[in-house]
Design a protein around this ligand. Sequence first.
Ligand SMILES: [Fe+2]
Length: 399
Amino acid sequence: MDKQAITALIDAQPANTSLDQAFYADADIYQRDVEEVYLKSWLYAGHLSEIPGVGDWFLFELAGESLIVVRSDDDDVSAVLNVCRHRGSRICLDKTGCSKRLVCRYHGWSYELDGQLHSAAHMPADFDKSAIKLKKIHTEVLEGMIYVNFSEKPASFEPIREGLSRCLRPYRLDKAKVAHRQSYSINANWKLSVENYTECYHCAPSHPEYTRGHSLAKPGARSTVMMDEVMARAGTCGLSEESVNCVYLDEPGFGSGYAFERYPMWRGHLTGSEDGQAVAPLLGDVKNYDGGTTDFQVGPVSFALAYCDYVVIYRFTPLALGRSECDITWLVNGGAEEGKDYDKTRLTWLWDVTTLADKRIIEYNAEGVKSRYYEPGPYSNMEEFTWKFMSWYLQAIRP
Ligand SMILES: [Fe+2]
């Protein structure tokens, strides 16, 4: 589809309505999605605790690109493209590793951890190795969480840092550790995955396990007596007394946007778990359970939920036109010991069962959207944020 046709399709999109089939099926639109959304947004890559020592690295892969996220120094993280500057081979092949230098196995070129070429054998006398570096991507660390941005001139991270550090500080995620990480591959265009994440209209029919504990599955959760009770307890529990702090997707400059929103659990539920009871020691400076939970978001496609005892970070990435990945990280108090302080199965139960259900419903959605009889349909009052996301998206990819 050429640029003119894409523009015409965007212009024809009615408000508060799901998108035309082409947005999920057209290869040129998918290309724009990758270029304009994914390669220009701040994306959650991983957590500092996954690369505790100098030389530790992990790969972050999306849409055909591969990044090496490496602890290049005691207090420095680098993200370099996994593309050798010799003839372009992938350098690191495993998902994680620890290396003194990054060595390409094809012709043996080796790089320092910050990407500087260290050695290359049998090169001509005038070869200047100091001029050769692996391409570096912008990185920012927020409370221990590593965000990357492929753009040469990314939107400033400072508004995000200023907006979120204060609210997130009580959880001390910089001192947390990854208890578990899991990827779910979804046979659906990435937008169907994100679209599903942005609304809780489907929670009551599709997620009985989640709906048992979380009031968000019902409309108006944030304007209830329960919410007042949570906010009255927040201060003494050591949690943020701000209940909302957002720069929404429809506000100008959303590239530096973020969201932080608190909402109540049903009374008697302390956290997101099978029985509503705690599954790990309290995080950071949190002193007690206040009966609430927190959603937070960095940029358009990196989401997270913070309970008093653990955090789940959601990362959605496109793998191909009709395939996406949902990667989930469970963070717990850095001092907690598996088997003693928490049981991994209990900790991960809710968001594993919920994500498996999401994978299923998203894939059914993808099947129907491919039908020759599919037509865009109206969003409900509980999909207000989904439309915010979609209207932002349509502007982001507008040629
Ligand atoms: Fe869901």
